[in-house]
Design a protein around this ligand. Structure first.
Ligand code: SAM
Length: 262
């Protein structure tokens, strides 16, 4: 069974993902790429962040994978004209040799804004560990701790209204927001060493809260409700968050640094 929780609109994500790009750059700084290294971007989305990976590693091999076809198509377009390779892969089934790219293991794994979309972090970390060369490193960031608790609170309140209740009653909110301790334990179990995990508040003021909620945070809800009702639902959540005034998304990021033993 597929582990993928939702479908994405790669073009909409590409337009609206500036906050994700801003959050990703410090993670890429931490990765401190040395030109010529092989790098896996695990959950590359539409490739906006991957383009920076390529820019910082012009002579290296960049492999970008994502489970979503629309994202893979957008990333292929974004990265067209570069040597990066883009593949549709579920990270829980990641097996680099099977992709037959001539890259059986990478020097570095990089991932941003992706792990919290995946429930099974034990399998995820085992797969990523297996993708690294001995001594290879991983720098990642995803939602953690109390990530967007306020947004989810308002989304739940609005979802309880009679108009939306039946369609949303069993919706699986993405809440794979783990703590540093939980994550360090899972990384250790997968074989990683030199672990460092920490939370960071990153409040994001959105210039298009309705579009952002619709394409990114509440994509599953909108999909369930259909075009018209979904748009009304998203607008009500935005209103509950202060729209048309300033809307701030209460992002909390879990940073992850780890290494495969040499
Ligand atoms: C919010 S986007 C982040 C994209 C990009 N890393 C960025 O920072 O802009 C999350 C991505 O994770 C991908 N994703 C979710 N579950 C996945 C899985 N099991 N395997 C691979 N990709 C997955 C989604 O398809 C989506 O493109």
């Amino acid at each position: 069974m597929s582990s993928v929780l939702r479908a994405w609109d790669g073009d909409a994500y590409h337009r609206l993902s500036t906050p994700m790009v801003d959050m990703a750059i410090p993670v890429l700084d931490r990765l401190a790429l040395i030109d010529g290294e092989s790098v896996l971007d695990a959950g590359c989305g539409s490739g906006r962040v991957t383009a920076f990976v390529v820019e910082r590693n012009p002579h290296g091999r960049v492999v970008a994978v994502d489970a979503d076809l629309s994202m893979v198509r957008a990333a292929s377009e974004t990265l067209g004209g570069t040597d990066a390779v883009v593949r549709q892969v579920d990270l829980l089934e990641l097996d680099l040799p099977a992709l037959e790219l001539g890259v059986d293991a990478v020097d570095a794994v990089f991932s941003t804004a992706t792990f919290h979309w995946i429930k099974d972090h034990d399998t995820l970390f085992r797969r990523l560990f297996g993708a690294l060369v001995p001594g290879g490193r991983m720098e990642a960031q995803c939602g953690g701790g109390h990530n967007i608790e306020r947004v989810h609170g308002v989304a739940r309140q609005v979802a309880a209204k009679p108009e939306y209740r039946d369609a949303l009653v069993d919706i699986e909110q993405v809440t794979n927001f783990y703590t540093p301790d939980q994550t360090e334990q899972r990384l250790r179990d997968a074989g990683f060493v030199d672990l460092k995990c920490w939370l960071e508040d990153v409040p994001v003021v959105s210039d298009d809260p309705v579009g952002y909620l619709s394409a990114i945070i509440l994509g599953q809800h909108r999909e369930r409700l259909g075009e018209e009702v979904g748009a009304r639902y998203v607008r009500e959540v935005a209103d509950g968050l202060g729209y048309p005034g300033t809307v701030t998304f209460d992002y909390v990021r879990l940073n992850i640094s780890a290494r495969r033993p040499a």
